[in-house]
Design a binder for this molecule. Structure first.
Ligand SMILES: *Cc1c(COP(=O)(O)O)cnc(C)c1O
Length: 385
């Protein structure tokens, strides 16, 4: 089976992990800050806080930005459920902003219109989470301008986008946001098996996220509630979690990070080949925004219902029968049973639903060989015929 995405683990990765296993610390040792510092430098951001998943990073990001009961969090419906669930973890209300049919990212027009309406209703969001779908940055300048006007905070869900750029600068630099979150799940661009990270330029937000990832405990006498008992002292000053990442994982992440640019280049090669090979077929290739250099986590094509006689389901089934693990990104979050139970309805976000009806992600990962890619295209041609 050719999957839609998979990790690349090298000898160097294995050596890095083995070294940690033989060392004094397999968690809470030096590998975590080493990974954090290297990633912060790569992204051009002041702080990086590594945790055990992007989901955890989203949760603590929402908490430190003050999200709570009666607040609103808005995100894109074209995302993984975690981008919305983090709001519910904090007891807040969640709503969605429909996508732009061209970029498949949160639409600036829809966001603007929804903000105007919410201002009238007194239901402006506290946090907006733009999701850089498939690795392509959202239009962050425009979202940042709206945040100045309407007073919401911004968390970039860049789970797909490490190694990508926006206006020539690395995604994750938080120039247009409060916090950015990356995922290191094996299907993503680089991996730590499970893992995630939050980046920010705000020292206080960083310190608080560090504390929340480890039970709300501090060892800093400056912020302890009362005098320390002795050198063993620590104090829990708020309710946190165990969201720590291990040194084993951080060493893998650090080793993977050394190949990040290579990975992105290879993904762009694969994309260029797909673009060329698909040109004559009744499918819509992913459009690239001129402001963004995509990390190309995904290569989603839309089966064009105007020119294609087959349905997406027929094509996807035929591809899977040919041992190609094509997948669909994403089932709009508001159509999930859990969200339906919260009151959302089919038809609420028509662009995301329409896109979902036609889309299919073709295999896209650095180890996909040219021969495998040609096989994918041949199978797609057969399925479309
Ligand atoms: C993968 C993903 C997440 C969750 O990442 P985990 O590290 O698995 O928790 C969140 N948002 C998006 C857009 C994702 O693709």
């Amino acid at each position: 089976m050719i999957p839609y995405g998979r990790q690349d683990i090298t000898q160097a990765d294995m050596k890095a992990v083995l070294e940690v296993l033989k060392s004094d610390f397999i968690t809470q040792g030096p590998s975590v800050p080493q990974f954090e510092n290297a990633l912060a430098t790569y992204c051009g951001v002041s702080h990086a806080i590594a945790v055990n998943s992007a989901t955890s990073a989203l949760h603590i990001a929402c908490l430190v930005l003050g999200l709570g009961k009666n607040d609103w969090l808005w995100t894109s419906p074209n995302t993984f459920v975690a981008s919305a669930n983090c709001g519910l973890y904090c007891g807040a209300n969640v709503d969605f902003v429909d996508i732009d049919p061209k970029t498949y990212n949160m639409s600036i027009e829809a966001l603007t219109a929804k903000l105007v309406e919410a201002e009238k209703q007194g239901t402006l969001p506290k946090i907006v989470i733009p999701v850089h779908f498939a690795g392509q940055s959202c239009e962050m300048q425009a979202i940042s301008r709206l945040s100045d006007k309407y007073g919401f905070k911004i968390i970039e869900d860049a789970s797909h986008a490490i190694g990508g750029k926006y206006l020539g600068d690395p995604v994750g630099n938080c120039r247009y946001s409060d916090i950015t979150v990356f995922s290191f799940h094996p299907v993503k661009i680089i991996t730590t098996a499970e893992g995630g990270i939050a980046t920010t330029n705000d020292e206080e937000l960083a310190a608080r996220m560090r504390r929340l990832r480890s039970h709300g405990i501090t060892r800093d006498p400056q912020i302890m509630a009362d005098a320390i008992d002795g050198p063993w002292s620590y104090q829990q000053i708020e309710l946190g979690f165990n969201y720590r990442i291990t040194d084993i994982q951080a060493a893998l992440g650090y080793s993977q990070l050394q190949r990040l640019d290579q990975y992105i280049e290879r993904r762009h090669q694969i994309k260029a080949q797909y673009d060329e090979l698909l040109e004559t077929l009744p499918v819509v290739a992913p459009w690239q925004h001129p402001d963004a250099y995509s990390a190309l986590h995904l290569y989603p094509v839309q089966v064009d219902p105007n020119t294609c006689a087959k349905t997406r389901k027929e094509i996807l089934t035929a591809m899977r029968a040919a041992e190609i693990g094509v997948n669909v990104h994403y089932i709009p979050v508001h159509t999930q049973p859990y969200y339906q139970q919260l009151g959302f309805r089919h038809g609420d976000f028509p662009n995301a639903e329409k896109y979902y009806g036609h889309t299919m992600s073709l295999p896209m990962y650095p180890l996909l060989s040219d021969a495998q890619q040609r096989y994918v295209i041949r199978a797609l041609k057969d399925a479309l015929a």
